[in-house]
Design a protein around this ligand. Sequence first.
Ligand SMILES: [Zn+2]
Length: 379
Amino acid sequence: MGAVRDIAAQLHHFINSHPAAAQDGGNRCKAQFRLCSCIRRNGTILANSQLARCEQPIGWCLHQHAVRVVAEWRRNFRWSQWLLQVVHRSGGPLCCFHAFLSDFCNPGGHTMRYWQDLTTEDFTKLDPERTVALLPVGAIEQHGPHLPVSTDATIAEELTKRAATLVPDDVPLLVLPTQHIGKSTEHLQYPGTLTHTAENLMQSWMEIGDSVARSGIKKLVFFNAHGGQPQVMEMCCRELRIKHKMMTVGCAGWSFGPPPDSPVPADERRHGIHAGTVETSMMLYLRPDLVHMSKARNFSGLLQQMEASYKYLRVIGSTYMGWVSQDLHPDGCSGDASKATVEIGELYVKHTTSCLAQMLQEVSAYPLANIRDRADWSS
Ligand SMILES: [Zn+2]
């Protein structure tokens, strides 16, 4: 609450003291007063319907004025991560307010972090040696009785957004629009699943990569949150490398391993491949409103049986079977969702985002000269 009060006070002070604000008269005064009092009354008010009811005029007024004062605000203002999260979660009715805030919440201060926020002219000023484009790829597919079909898309989007806030201002990073639909053919028999074929998904990601290259950017990182498509991602990485002589990197939510102090047992880490402890916990942390913990169970099935019955034969791991989710368990899950907690989710989200942020800096620093034609060795 201290942080929220502080933001309200800064906002109030800034609007009152800025010369542009004074010229705008009644609307501005009313708007800033109502916003400040909203935030002041109760920090949680931003998450509930009270703000939604009174937001429209506030968002509208502030958004109009924001354009003029944005540069100065960016220099002077850092919104708390908490406030940013609440606003991002709120969705629809807060769109104006969100557009306004996202301008200021931009974690890089003066640095633009989202591909779609740049003008076409901005792209001509980017440094191809250091600029990294980050493409979050998820899926819309069944995640058992307790999680929404948006689980992988949500994880891809939220983790990249959070990682972007951890990358220093002077590292040029552009987050591309999240690709919500992936290749989820293993879940075809479960309603709600939306999928491309592998061929179409590859074509789609290749075309995004072509567009990135055409914009003059030579470094592209995929961040994948769905276990059914790392193969597509890896093939795109290689094909884009060949086609555009660009640096391409594929990584996933599980690339960086578990947090050093993870309380999730080793067998759950092996078997919890779909809607188990870790994934359910991350959703409890990111979108608790969409998780039905009363329906979360221990979805123990084929992976455990295989491990008990065979030395080498596995569904996934040292050997690979062409599995579909109904092979694993009637609910199409694998893992113990009943053990999920918001604390585990926070631990995994923070670990993964901090590793991803570090890797993005490594990509930015990696010399493009290492991406070679054969002839480059002799020049
Ligand atoms: Zn998933």
